[in-house]
Design a protein around this ligand. Structure first.
Ligand SMILES: C[S@@+](CC[C@H](N)C(=O)[O-])C[C@H]1O[C@@H](n2cnc3c(N)ncnc32)[C@H](O)[C@@H]1O
Length: 237
C-alpha cells in the first residue's frame, strides 16, 4: 500500500539482512550490557540512560530509524541524509535524484507517527555535523558512505559531538573489495559500476586505537560496531 502509493518498490540491495529481528523481551534486559543485534539498540540506549538527542547518519528509507524509535525513549532523533544522487557515492544504494526523492518520502511516511521526536537534516554528513555542538549527542550511528576515507572522516567529524558516556556506533563493520562482494546482494544482476571498496573496519579500528577504546560488535553477518565514549576521556576528538 505504502510503496504503491509512492510508486516505489523499495530496493534494499541487502534484502536478505534480518532488518526486523523480534524485539527482545524484558527478561533479556540483563543482557544489554552488550548489544547482540542492532535491532536492540533502542533498549540498549534506554538501559544506558541515553535518552536525549541521537543522530543517524545515512538513513535510506528509514527502516533502522523505525527500529530505533519503536524502542528508544529518547527526546529527539536527527536523521541526516541528502537523499540525492551523490557522485562520490559509488555504492549500490546510490540512485538517481528521482529515486532518492521517493526514498525520502517513504522515510517521512514511515516515521510520521514519531514526527514530534524526529528531526530531518537533508544534507551531507559533513555539512550536518556543523549543526551540532560538541558533546551534544547521547548517541551517533554512522551508516553513510562506507569507503575507508569517508568513514574515517565521519568518525572524526561526529565523535566530538557525542557526550562522554554516550554511544558511538555504526553499521557494516567489515572491509570488502566492493559491495559487489556482499553475496547475494545483486542476486544475479550486474551491479552498477564502479563500486567503492568498503573500509569501515579499518577506519573504525584505526580510530578506536588512536583514542584507546575497545570496539564491540554485534552478531549479524553485517555487524554493527559500537563503544561508549570514555567518561574520563581527555580527548573530545
Ligand atoms: C546504507 S544506506 C543507510 C541505511 C540505513 N541506515 C538503515 O539501516 O536503514 C546509506 C545512506 O547513506 C547516504 N549517504 C551517502 N553518502 C552520504 C553522505 N556523504 N552524507 C550523508 N549521507 C550519505 C545515502 O544517501 C544512503 O541513503
Amino acid at each position: 500500500m505504502l510503496r504503491s502509493e509512492l510508486g516505489l518498490q523499495e530496493q534494499n540491495p541487502r534484502s536478505h539482512e534480518p532488518w526486523a529481528l523480534p524485539a527482545p523481551s524484558k527478561s533479556d534486559r540483563s543482557l544489554f550490557q552488550e548489544m547482540r543485534f542492532r535491532s536492540q539498540i533502542g533498549m540498549y540506549l534506554n538501559d544506558l540512560g541515553l535518552v536525549g538527542v541521537g543522530v543517524e547518519v545515512g538513513v535510506h528509507t528509514g527502516r533502522f530509524a523505525e527500529q530505533i524509535l519503536s524502542q528508544w525513549s529518547g527526546r529527539r532523533l536527527w536523521l541526516v541524509d541528502p537523499w540525492q544522487h551523490l557522485s562520490d557515492y559509488l555504492d549500490s544504494f546510490n540512485a538517481t535524484d528521482e529515486i532518492m526523492e521517493r526514498r525520502y518520502k517513504l522515510a517521512r511516511h514511515r516515521l510520521e507517527r514519531w514526527r514530534k521526536r524526529v528531526g530531518w537534516i537533508r544534507e551531507r554528513s559533513e555539512a550536518a555535523a556543523k549543526r551540532f555542538d560538541q558533546c551534544a549527542c547521547d548517541f551517533v550511528y554512522i551508516d553513510a558512505n562506507h569507503s575507508y576515507e569517508h568513514v574515517r572522516r565521519d568518525l572524526r567529524l561526529w565523535y566530538p559531538k557525542v557526550r562522554r558516556g554516550g554511544l558511538f556506533s555504526g553499521h557494516d563493520y567489515f572491509d570488502a573489495a566492493s559491495d559487489a562482494a556482499l553475496e547475494p546482494v545483486f542476486s544475479g544482476q550486474a551491479p552498477p559500476r564502479p563500486l567503492t571498496s568498503y573500509g569501515v573496519k579499518s577506519a573504525v579500528d584505526e580510530f578506536a586505537k588512536s583514542i584507546g577504546v575497545v570496539v564491540r560488535q554485534t552478531l549479524e553477518k553485517y555487524p554493527t560496531w559500537y563503544f561508549v565514549k570514555p567518561e574520563g576521556s581527555a580527548r573530545s576528538k
